[in-house]
Design a protein around this ligand. Structure first.
Ligand code: ARG
Length: 590
């Protein structure tokens, strides 16, 4: 469906044109003075300059053309030359009915030429527990993926595991120290390796930090770990077998954690998957004359004349021939292009990696790893801070594990729910607490512009009032309860429909509903889930205001009552669609 703002603009453009002015002046915007009007056009002011006339008569002429238009209940020219609009109530009700008839998309204009977009988010590191640094990537990336899907794009999520590098050598070294008799360490072992991993996830999570600490204190230990890393990367059989165990154990634990966050990936590729593509890629960069040796290292220049600050060359291989994080990201682009040929690749990564990605993107473009029109987009996010304004920590000052953070908030929510309802069963309270807690965490994050740092304030995020996830869920639950009561009274007649608004609060709600398409479209085009949050916060406020001012179930006129119910159903459906793209859901009661 065309958006209301576009439809107003079309009518206004015709009015300008028929009065002898260029239609380009008919730009319509949402009103910034909702007390005076709903939409406005300031075009007469610009037209006045072009046609060397006073703006007011231009506004008056066009307003007169629109006076009889059934789309509006008011078109007014006001000084010094603004056009103010109010929509006709019957027109607005008709528009919402059309939205309601489109059961899944509510009139959303879906992509006519869907794009294929690969989105790189998550980025957890194997054998290290997920910590809150990975939370933002997961939450934001999942939401961008879902917004794209709602609009009909083909979104492919890739977790891009950190499964390559010294951490693997460290684990192998520590394991060898503890269990030297394992067949993986036998030099001339040719048999099959055991199917069962020689460690559990909790052992693995303990092994890595221990090994990492030892390597910092003990040079010889570190050398052994580097040697093990090298042997693993050169394909040593026993170590490769250990790597698959590490991956299996770690990935199943990661999946469980991401499941709890309602986050899922289409691809579980890792840095290790890029390694086979490195030799040919490097050779080609050399052959094509892009890569050259500089102080022993192989580099590609990526600076550009217009750069305000110096962008250092992109290093492809270190002087000892070892590959780097860069090399892996470039080689990952190789297989992504070969296997998926995406129109865009979006990276949802900490904004401190921005310069790094500038180098990688320029290098990929220069060495032609991507097509000319493939977009590479860095979507950097800020840091999640504690109330003290410093990166979020545990009470003891350590790195907070994601799992612990989630259970802490679940507990907080559980207490609140038990306080509010004495009649609720333990099981239901726990379940509801989990659902509401997830909304608190995700909405708390997504309602901020991603690139900004934000303060993770548990008390504020879990509040049922204000701009929070639980407030949005509370609104949905409120509607569900009214709908259930209406159902008990006999339910909805199939030809019930939304009627023209009779009060300001009803019209305000209807206007908010009509803006669903604009909200989703701008959230997608600006990669900005916070726009969806702002939209549903406004919509929830409008709904609650309407609710407080209107007798809904006790309305005597049956058609009016049914009209309200239709309006509530549409509100609930739109709110639920929006929270689904934010990556959470609503309980039936709370
Ligand atoms: N594993 C990395 C980290 O923990 C994030 C990976 C981001 N994605 C990428 N393609 N480099 O910092």
């Amino acid at each position: 469906m065309k958006k209301i703002i576009e439809l107003i603009e079309k009518e206004t453009a015709e009015a300008f044109w028929s009065c002898g002015y260029d239609a380009k002046y008919a730009k319509v915007t949402l009103s910034n003075r909702p007390d005076l009007c709903e939409y406005q056009c300031n075009g007469a002011l610009a037209a006045a300059k072009a046609y060397k006339k006073a703006p007011m008569p231009i506004a008056e002429e066009t307003a007169a053309k629109l006076a009889a238009n059934t789309m509006f209940s008011m078109v007014e020219a006001v000084k010094p030359g603004f056009l103010n609009f109010r929509l006709n109530e019957a027109y607005l009700a008709g528009y919402l009915e059309e939205m309601r008839a489109d059961k899944n998309y509510f009139g959303l204009e879906r992509a006519k030429e869907p794009k294929r977009i690969l989105i790189d988010y998550g980025g957890p590191n194997v054998a290290k527990p997920l910590h809150i640094g990975h939370l933002r990537s997961a939450i934001i990336g999942e939401s961008i993926k879902r917004i794209g899907r709602l609009l009909g794009h083909e979104m492919i999520g890739d977790v891009h595991l950190g499964d390559w590098g010294l951490q693997m050598g460290l684990i192998i070294t520590e394991l060898k120290e503890r269990k030297p008799k394992l067949p993986y360490f036998e030099e001339d072992y040719t048999g099959e390796y055991p199917k069962e991993a020689p460690f559990t996830i909790s052992e693995l999570e303990e092994i890595y930090p221990t090994a990492s600490m030892k390597s910092k204190e003990d040079e010889a230990y570190k050398d052994r770990a580097m040697q093990a890393t090298f042997e693993l990367q050169s394909g040593k059989r026993g170590y490769q077998a250990l790597l698959s165990h590490i991956l299996d154990v770690s990935v199943s634990d990661l999946k469980r954690n991401y499941d709890n966050l309602n986050v899922s990936f289409d691809l579980w590729k890792g840095e290790s998957d890029a390694q086979p593509y490195i030799p040919a890629m490097v050779q080609k960069m050399k052959d094509d004359g892009y890569a050259y040796l500089s102080e022993g290292a192989l580099v590609v220049d990526v600076k550009e004349e217009s750069d305000a600050k110096e962008i250092p060359p992109c290093m492809i291989l270190k002087s000892d021939g070892a590959s780097l994080y860069n090399t892996t990201d470039l080689a990952t682009i190789v297989w992504r292009m070969r296997d998926y040929k995406p129109d865009e690749i979006i990276y949802v990564v900490d904004k401190r990696q921005e310069l790094y990605f500038t180098q990688v993107f320029r290098c990929a473009r220069k060495t032609k790893l991507v097509d000319k029109d493939t977009k590479l987009i860095f979507h950097g996010f800020g840091t999640m801070n504690g109330k003290d304004g410093k990166p979020f920590k545990t009470r003891e000052g350590g790195v907070m594990r994601l799992e612990h953070l989630v259970s802490e908030i679940n507990e907080e929510m559980y207490k609140k729910i038990i306080e509010n309802h004495t009649a609720v069963s333990e099981e239901e309270a726990r379940k509801t607490a989990g659902i509401v807690a997830l909304s608190a965490i995700k909405y708390g994050d997504l309602s901020n512009q991603a690139s900004k740092d934000y303060i993770f304030d548990i008390e504020r995020f879990t509040s049922f009032e204000g701009n929070t996830g639980p407030y949005i869920l509370y609104t949905i639950v409120r509607i569900k309860s009214i709908l259930a009561k209406y159902e008990e009274q006999g339910g909805l007649n199939p030809d019930a429909r939304i009627l023209p608004a009779k009060s300001d609060s009803e019209k305000a709600l209807m206007l908010e509903l009509s803006r669903f398409g604009s909200a989703v479209e701008s959230a997608f085009s600006e990669t900005a889930p916070h726009k969806i949050c702002a939209y549903i916060y406004g919509l929830s406020n409008a709904l609650n205001h309407f609710y407080h001012e209107t007798k809904i179930l006790s309305e005597e006129d049956a058609a009016a009552r049914a009209g309200y119910i239709c309006l509530l159903m549409l509100t609930k459906d739109i709110l639920e669609t929006c929270i689904d793209v934010l990556g959470f859901s609503a309980p039936d009661r709370m």
